[in-house]
Design a protein around this ligand. Structure first.
Ligand code: PLP
Length: 406
């Protein structure tokens, strides 16, 4: 195994993200990419060009700019599809992961009967907990929670036993935003499908760091957000298998999603386009496609290796500090930790005063923290643009903070 602790890791991608230069000029180190990512120049240029060259609505105008923008918007859908190893007809744009999961929790409602079971895991983000919790309450169904082992990994044996013929929906994360552990979801999806259940993957973190595609996972639906994937806020996507989309009905009504409307009745576009109502986030869709196109021009294996090496360096730094306790040993890109005897917010306040940006709190996963028995934790999250200097700044600041607090 390579020992990364003494290697000075530099990021060849850092120069493509102007915010990183600006932040370093202000002695700021950004270690919160799991919350939202910084953006490549390619995306910034694309957004500027779109607005400078003329905004236009899509799929309705018959003039030159409307045509070119509509074509660019549909190319963005193809770009998202390519990132997911899917085809454009399998992608609908949403506002993000949260909206995609809420859409599903409403539109799968008629498939859930009293006493059916909806299965999630113990480490879900609120976005993949609350929509299903509320659906279970509306339908008098049961929300079944797959437990974790003491090491913070999914308890696979228990999970298999809890996915049964009563399972109607399995909704599960690919990569935990708190523990950084990758979930073995392929086998769970297979099992749930063998009982005829719907399978939904929260890919908000996984779509950024993992090469798995929805098709390779075998799921019915897969949700992701652009802003975590180096794109703009306000847009994301829902992938669906064609037959899975066919099982849904429209959820928002208005322009775009309708074929023919009369005062008393209407006919809607075929699925999945009937799920896109109103003017979409056009600029953000174009910008997201520019970010994805930038990423696709890079060596994705080299990016994965860089993130892996940085994570090992981070873990080695933690291991040298006896007061640090990791919540779990992460697989990818982030690590959550507590400092014995200190409140996370006090530590993060002292880190912030020294120019380090990271998250402290319960990371939108309150029940997980209850299960782990910790009030909160700090989280360092990494991206392709981070380097060893970022980690050095972080550990220097952490040591100063610990000296003050202990
Ligand atoms: N799921 C996971 C695992 C996340 O990390 C997040 C955001 O942090 C979400 C869902 C929600 O994403 P968004 O707020 O972009 O809808």
């Amino acid at each position: 195994m390579t020992d990364y602790s003494a290697v000075r890791l530099q990021s060849p991608w850092r120069k493509d993200f102007p915010a990183l230069t600006h932040l370093r000029e202000h002695n700021q180190t950004y270690l919160d990419s799991a919350a939202t990512s910084q953006k490549p120049q390619a995306m910034i240029d694309n957004l500027r060009d779109y607005y400078q060259q003329g905004a236009a609505n899509v799929h309705r105008g018959q003039y030159w700019r409307a045509d070119t923008v509509t074509a660019a918007f549909e190319r963005s859908r193809e770009q998202v599809a390519r990132w997911l190893g899917a085809s454009a007809e399998q992608i609908v744009f949403t506002r993000g992961t949260t909206e995609a999961l809420n859409l599903l929790a409403y539109q799968l409602e008629s498939h859930v009967q009293p006493d059916d079971e909806i299965v999630i895991s113990a480490l879900e983000h609120h976005a993949n907990l609350l929509p299903w919790q509320q659906l279970a309450q509306r339908r008098q169904a049961r929300l079944v929670v797959l437990p974790l082992t003491a090491e913070g990994r999914l308890d696979e044996q228990a999970a298999h036993a809890l996915i049964t013929e009563r399972t109607r929906i399995l909704a599960i994360s690919q990569l935990s935003n708190v523990l950084g552990v990758q979930l073995p979801i392929k086998a769970l999806i297979q099992r749930a499908k063998s009982f005829g259940a719907w399978t939904v993957v929260d890919g908000a973190q996984g779509a950024v760091h993992l090469p798995e595609t929805p098709e390779s996972l075998g799921c019915d639906f897969y949700a992701l957000s652009a802003h975590k994937l180096y794109g703009p806020e306000g847009i994301g996507a829902l992938y669906g298998r064609a037959e899975a989309f066919e099982a849904l009905t429209p959820w928002q009504f208005g322009g775009e999603m309708v074929e023919q409307a009369q005062y008393q009745k209407a006919q809607f576009r075929a699925m999945p386009m009937a799920l896109e109502a109103g003017t979409p986030a056009i600029g953000p869709a174009l910008g997201w496609a520019a970010s994805l196109s930038y990423l696709q021009d890079q060596d994705l294996t080299a990016i994965a290796q860089h993130e892996h090496a940085l994570l090992q360096q981070l873990l080695a730094g933690f291991a040298r500090r006896p007061h640090i306790q990791l919540l779990a040993k992460p697989d990818h890109a982030l690590a959550s930790f507590i400092v014995s005897g200190c409140h996370s917010h006090d530590v993060s306040q002292l880190l912030s005063e020294q120019g380090v940006s990271l998250r402290s709190g319960r990371h939108c996963a309150h029940p997980l923290f209850q299960a782990l028995g910790h009030p909160s934790a700090l989280r360092v999250s990494l991206a392709l643009y981070n380097d060893s200097d970022d980690l050095q700044h972080f550990f220097c600041a952490l040591d100063n903070a610990l000296e003050l607090l202990q």
